[in-house]
Design a binder for this molecule. Structure first.
Ligand code: ACO
Length: 323
């Protein structure tokens, strides 16, 4: 059977670091509160005039270089974002133009913080059906642009950034020993819209709107839903948590990550954590963490890597990759 193998990876973070102390000078919060409740110490914020497509293009260019291929060798871009440059066209087409890709298709997917998992599953399905040979999967966000900077319950949580992987079709035996994406599981429940949404949009207010969240309720659903998505990944591959080399979760809150890792039985030293430095970068958080662990040599060829995320919608999902 055809598998989608990770051939390259790359990430980009804006230059500007905003610490908790800096936020505490602007709003009624403290480094102690943010660190204790979320594990976040600082986040990156995009510069004026620096757009989601800029972050995405940097990450994509690094991923292509790692894979040793050119933009025109790619025949599919799936870009996950909740903060596109414009309402249309897709931010993916801006990346397509800038990496010099002149064929195939480029489009965005929207699943908020689960976006990278949804984009990865989409690209994997295209590859396994033979409709694409090489795909760029990108998660890129400028969350700072849709935050209400007077709402201390949300503005301290998010950051900007981008991460990308290059997937390539390869033959596999159809077992869990194959390299590539072994499985992906996606879920959503539109009844939970009101827990996490943006209070604007082209069809409703003709504005971009601001992020609104019932943090405590989202937290409650997160551990249950993420654990179920992980169990689905294990069951589909006949594996248990003891087989997982690296757990790369969506970085929303260090307490959610701890509780989830405990519930599914992954030891802390196998969990990749970036939340302290990145905050929640929504669709960019999983690829940013993945790229950090691959670049510093933790994730090695042949390792079994478990990804998960949950976000607005609510949406959630998991993926198992043999690196
Ligand atoms: N600084 C200081 N105090 C604060 C801050 C702040 N930044 N924010 C809230 N508080 C106060 C509240 O006003 C409240 O005060 P009160 O008790 O006097 O009313 C108190 O702290 C507790 O507030 P809670 O909201 O109940 O705090 P909680 O422990 O639930 O932590 C948090 C809030 C961090 C948001 C947590 O609920 C959380 O992480 N939720 C999940 C978020 C998540 O997973 N999102 C994932 C998806 S994101 C996406 O898809 C875009």
């Amino acid at each position: 059977m055809i598998r989608s193998v990770v051939k390259g990876w790359g990430a980009y973070l804006p230059q500007r670091i905003v610490t908790n102390a800096e936020l505490a000078r602007q709003i009624d919060t403290s480094d102690e509160w943010i660190t204790a409740r979320t594990g976040i110490r600082e986040r990156r914020i995009a510069a004026e005039g620096e757009f989601t497509s800029d972050l995405a293009t940097h990450a994509a260019t690094a991923a292509l270089a790692k894979a040793g291929i050119a933009g025109d060798d790619v025949d599919l871009i799936v870009l996950a974002t909740t903060t596109p440059d414009e309402t249309f066209p897709a931010t993916a087409t801006a990346v397509q133009r800038r990496i010099g890709m002149t064929r195939g298709a480029a489009f965005d997917v929207q699943a908020v913080c689960s976006g990278f998992l949804f984009a990865l599953a989409t690209a994997d399905n295209f590859i396994r059906l033979g409709q694409a040979q090489r795909a760029l999967v990108i998660g890129a966000e400028t969350m700072s642009r849709i935050l209400d900077w007077e709402d201390r319950g949300t503005c301290v949580l998010f950051g900007d950034g981008a991460g990308a992987v290059v997937l390539e079709a390869a033959q596999g035996a159809g077992t869990a020993d194959d390299r590539g994406i072994l499985s992906s599981h996606l879920f959503s429940d539109g009844r939970l819209h009101d827990l996490l949404y943006v209070d604007g949009g082209p069809s409703t207010t003709q504005t971009a709107g601001h992020l609104r969240m019932e943090g405590r309720e989202v937290f409650r659903h997160a551990v249950t839903n993420i654990s179920a998505a992980i169990e689905a990944a294990h069951a589909a591959n006949g594996l248990s948590s003891s087989a997982i080399d690296w757990f790369v979760p969506h970085q929303a809150n260090a307490r959610i990550l701890d509780a989830t890792a405990r519930k599914v039985g992954v030891p802390t030293e196998r969990v990749v954590l970036t939340i302290d430095r990145h905050g929640n970068t929504s669709a960019a958080s999983v690829p940013l963490a993945l790229v950090e662990a691959a670049d510093d040599g933790r994730i090695k060829r042949g390792d079994l890597v478990l990804l998960e995320a949950m976000g607005g919608g609510l949406t959630w999902g998991s993926a198992l990759i043999r690196w």
